[in-house]
Design a protein around this ligand. Structure first.
Ligand SMILES: [Zn+2]
Length: 321
């Protein structure tokens, strides 16, 4: 089977340039000015861009446990449709992937239904509770891309330190959802102007950056490779920037909604609710600056679907995602 993608703008060596791409039996055989090959099916790509497959390091596929929201089949089909060839699903599942047996349930769904390469995270704590008992890092390391309790912050510094020691020992990163629960105070949107003007309960920026600050010191102490999920505050960007200047193995991601929207765009409906929340214009500017100077090197979607009913209960009552 020969496929000739003709006349598109192809991303190569850091820039777009017009080129043809010849694919032979599912593999790229030539890029450049390719003469029409006899027997090839020609796809006219004029006016279109061609990129390498995109990678999303932060998605929620909801299987096993919450298949009314999403499944491996539907989530990875959507990923493929959007140009993604690798996705990494987070561990807030039932059962949570906190033992090889529990992770095997997820891996079986992936083997059976995934439309793109799907590399799951293992949980950091048993039951993905952000507290209590750590998982068996050695047993899970060969099966998982990294360790994360995404959906929850790891609440105790001592527990996170031990998790980092064990992750470092097996050569895997800790990928942290940073959220100090004692600073949440029932909040569900950013603690800013909109929140105060409309009588909502706010999530402070500090609930995020406090744990980023703590974890960076723990990463320095333990030598663990450390990645911060969905950075949303100016303070977090500054902390990661300083960590990188110190030469620490620290990285972070943000998501498109934090770059495009602010709490000034909020409306009284569930589609505007996610965790972390849409922040201020100053936070958005800091995130954009973080991308421009390389502090933020990953854009992830944090694709976190819920049912229509769960998203239809206004800002206060809807699910976050
Ligand atoms: Zn998260």
């Amino acid at each position: 089977m020969l496929l000739l993608f003709s006349g598109g703008r192809v991303w190569r060596d850091g820039a777009f340039a017009e080129a043809d791409v010849l694919v032979e039996e599912g593999r790229i055989a030539a890029v450049g000015s390719v003469p029409v090959t006899p027997g090839a099916r020609v796809v006219d790509c004029r006016g279109l861009c061609m990129l390498p497959g995109l990678v999303d390091v932060h998605v929620h596929l909801r299987e096993p446990g919450f298949t009314a929201k999403e499944t491996v089949a539907t989530g990875t089909a959507a990923a493929a449709h959007g140009g993604y060839t690798v996705v990494c699903p987070m561990p807030n599942l039932s059962p949570a992937p906190d033992t090889p047996e529990h992770l095997a349930v997820e891996l079986e769904a992936i083997r059976r239904d995934a439309a793109v390469r799907t590399l799951p995270y293992a949980a950091i704590t048993r039951g993905q509770k952000g507290r209590g008992e750590l998982v068996d890092f050695e047993a899970l390391a060969p099966l998982a891309v990294a360790f994360s309790d995404d959906g929850r912050g790891v609440q105790e510094g001592a527990l996170m330190e031990e998790a980092m020691r064990r992750a470092a020992a097996v050569g895997k990163p800790i990928v942290a959802h940073c959220e100090a629960e004692e600073l949440l105070c029932g909040g569900y949107i950013h603690d800013g102007e909109y929140c105060r003007a409309h009588g909502h309960k706010g999530i402070s920026s500090e609930s995020e950056w406090r744990q980023v600050e703590r974890d960076i010191e723990l990463a320095a102490k333990t030598g663990c490779r450390y990645h911060v999920c969905h950075v949303s505050t100016a303070e977090s960007v500054a902390l990661v920037r300083r960590a990188k200047a110190r030469g620490l193995a620290v990285s972070c991601e943000t998501a498109p909604h934090y770059l495009l929207l602010t709490d000034g765009d909020l409306r009284e409906e569930g589609r505007f609710k996610m965790n972390p929340p849409l922040r201020s214009a100053a936070d958005r500017a800091a995130l954009r600056e973080g991308i421009a100077d390389g502090t933020i090197e990953v854009l992830a979607t944090d694709h976190a679907p819920h049912t229509a009913a769960e998203k239809s209960r206004g800002l206060a009552g809807s699910a976050m995602g």
